[in-house]
Design a protein around this ligand. Sequence first.
Ligand code: 3PG
Ligand code: MG
Length: 425
Amino acid sequence: MNMASSPADAAEGLSGGGLDLSSVKTIEGVDVGGKRVLVRVDFNVPIENGVVADATRLERVLPTIASLARSGAKVIVLSHLGRPEGVVSPGTSLWPVAEKMRELMPGTTIHFIGDCFGEEARRGVAAVKPGEIAVLENLRYYKGEEKNDMEFAKALADLGDIYVNDAFSSSHRAHASIEALAHLRPAYAGLLLMAEVSALGRALENPARPVMAIVGGAKVSTKIEVLTHLVSRMDQLAVGGGMANTFLAAEGIDTGASLVEPEFIETAKDIVARAERAGCEIVLPTDVVVAKEFKPGVDWRVCPVGAVPADAMILDFGPRSVAELKRRLAQVKTVLWNGPLGAFETAPFGEGTFALAREVARLTREGNLVSVAGGGDTVRALNIVGVADDLTYVSTAGGAFLEWLGGAKLPGVVALAQSGARSTR
Ligand code: 3PG
Ligand code: MG
């Protein structure tokens, strides 16, 4: 039986990180009946007290898994969880994830196989019938996974006939189940990976303009590539979070006791100069919320960026800065968002981020904005406000989203393109 075709995004015309993706093959329409299909997913989800605390990544990959099962495949699900670094360790078993899958897919047989390698894995997979699903234990219990080890990849390949990568959010890792394995079996992109790649590709490569990026987070040092890449592509770049302080410092503004990376002030200046040459406006806060300590219930006040007391630190955008962001959002057609404006986990320093989330959601709902957001903190903030469903696209990826924004070619996506290109030659 063939995988049901849907009018979903085709690979046609896509590009990402300068990569030609037209040779990436999607799983839609492929005859999978009776075949063992190895599906690499990203079930790296938070587990609290032995249960899945946030099932978003499960829900988002479900259409691929369900569709394969409906088409009569023996679905062999591969994933990592946490960073156990090659040893079996508590709290990193995929067993609770298999349990959650059973809850999400009533009526489907879901096996859990307590190993992804060796005799237990082989025996477990051999017992899977068409239309059934098996979740294998954590790939990262073996060092070969993160080493992209060919022998480990061959052992995984022996468990299946076809390979599907539906783990966009892990595709920045050149690991055995992401990279090497894609060269050992006919390799296809899953529905979620295709959706991610096309949504991000559209927003970054060929957006409705003007296009604005909002990048927050603590440190400039971790986002240099992203910022450098974005200023050459965006019309506006709003910088938030702790890293805005380093940009303010680069303008000679005294940021008091705020987190600043003095060794990256020159980098910030360089990014500003590049932005000027490229015609990208950099947007920094003009007023900020400050406090002497970073803890809940502490005294806080709003002040202009030029008047931060020596013993106070910047913890959020102020109301004037938020109003300015809203004014700009009303004029742009596309926004790409990664990273909060302030220390949003601690009240009241989330107000700037929450106000931004509400406005992005409102403009998108009204059909006036294409909005794409990604990254753990950003998605958490959207969920706190309850607007994640209102955005045009919310990526399941954190690190991979950032690397994509930074123009990197993701090893997992490259491997799919190479495998696809080989099979059509
Ligand atoms: C993620 O959660 O970002 C991915 O699953 C990758 O996990 P990693 O950062 O441990 O490689
Ligand atoms: Mg991560």
